[in-house]
Design a protein around this ligand. Sequence first.
Ligand code: GDP
Ligand code: GDP
Length: 436
Amino acid sequence: MKPLVALVGRPNVGKSTLFNRITRQKTAIVDSTPGVTRDRHISPADWIGRSFLLMDTGGYSHDNDTISQAMLEQTMLAIGEADMIIFMTDVRSGLTYLDLDMAKLLRREFPDKPIFFAVNKVETPQLAIEGEAFRKTGFTNPYFISAREGSGVADMLDDIVKAFPDATAETEKDPAVRLAVIGRPNVGKSSFVNALLGTGRHIVSNIPGTTRDAIDSRFKRNGQEFLLIDTAGLRKRARIDPGIEFYSSLRTEKAIERCDVALVLLDAVQGLEKQELKIIQMAAERHKGILLLVNKWDLIEKDSKTSKKYSDRMYGDLGNLSWIPIQFVSALTRKNLFRAIDTTLDIHNSRQQQISTSELNRFLQEILQSAPPSSKSGRELKIKYMTQIKAPWPVFAFFCNDPTLLQSNYKRFIEKQLRKAFNLEGVPISLRFMRK
Ligand code: GDP
Ligand code: GDP
């Protein structure tokens, strides 16, 4: 996923002007959730060969000199999801209390987020001198820019692009298994994370209804490190804010993007809902490992057949995603929590394994002998050999006389047998049939 840069500032400082300049008015993704003060715009942009997403956060404004709470919360939510921030002010209107408040807030609430401080509308040397006063915000390296004329914007973009997080470097150095804890609000994500880490860890922000940045947490089990990418932070506001959906799906998407294995939690009483299916599909499309956890299992009255019946019903809804393991846990009683973590490690290892070509071809010969493909219109599919292609998840290439002869049920059959033979439960795999 591309880095997300949020434009923050009072109304009229020039955010839309800068937004349009940087994105050159490429089609904006507009989220016009009712109740949200102003449409949020997100648009793709690039600068010296680096792509990113730019988000105009609208603007917070003031009622009687205090920042309107609802607008501020929207802005805070947006910033929480952004990788970095452009904080904009306007030299022509001078430094205002609102700017100073915002500066303080940003530093307090997002101490680790890169913030680029722009003083806009600086078109003359005189204005540049006046701009010096803006260092009082505590941001001592202002960029004097003119969004309208473009001056200063390139230098700022150079620095922004340099500060982009390097996602590949992040994963390469880190031996931890990266787990994303995802699911609808109230399924028990925070409880699950807290139960694993042992303490009430969530830091609640000083602004009512908002939370700080989602912070990754680490723990070790049997010598293996795990990184929890947690999306729980947005829960508190779920009932009051219609814009919440937008940010929580953004956060879920980002968490999935960064993880090795997605832990999808659902509420045992409520069962598998549409939204969960969507999340699961999102993780599968990105070829992530997946483990489905039915949480709050303590609330279900059960006998020896309950879990079997429950999972059978879920597999019915999961369709061709039946390779995803389902486990029953309780964050409250801590039942099966660590078993789930051990399973994620198995899934992670299987997802990374490289199976030798000779092993694969032994497997292939066995299948072709015991259950050869049925012929289609008289011509026979002949699979000559197979191999695993190097990729972040298992991709298998099958070389055959004519890939168009492959029937989908035979492909599904091979996939199933592969999973069985090589322990690929919870792991998305891809089969490619090529002509040879
Ligand atoms: P937003 O509310 O922060 O999105 O601000 P806009 O982009 O809508 O700009 C507010 C006003 O400031 C508009 O009249 C713009 O034409 C003007 N403006 C924006 N950028 C500049 C600039 O760099 N220089 C000058 N002089 N005016 C600007
Ligand atoms: P989140 O929004 O997904 O982070 O959900 P929370 O962790 O805040 O949990 C929502 C509610 O479900 C809270 O009242 C929890 O106490 C409760 N809860 C979480 N896990 C369990 C569980 O395993 N069993 C029971 N009975 N309640 C749980």
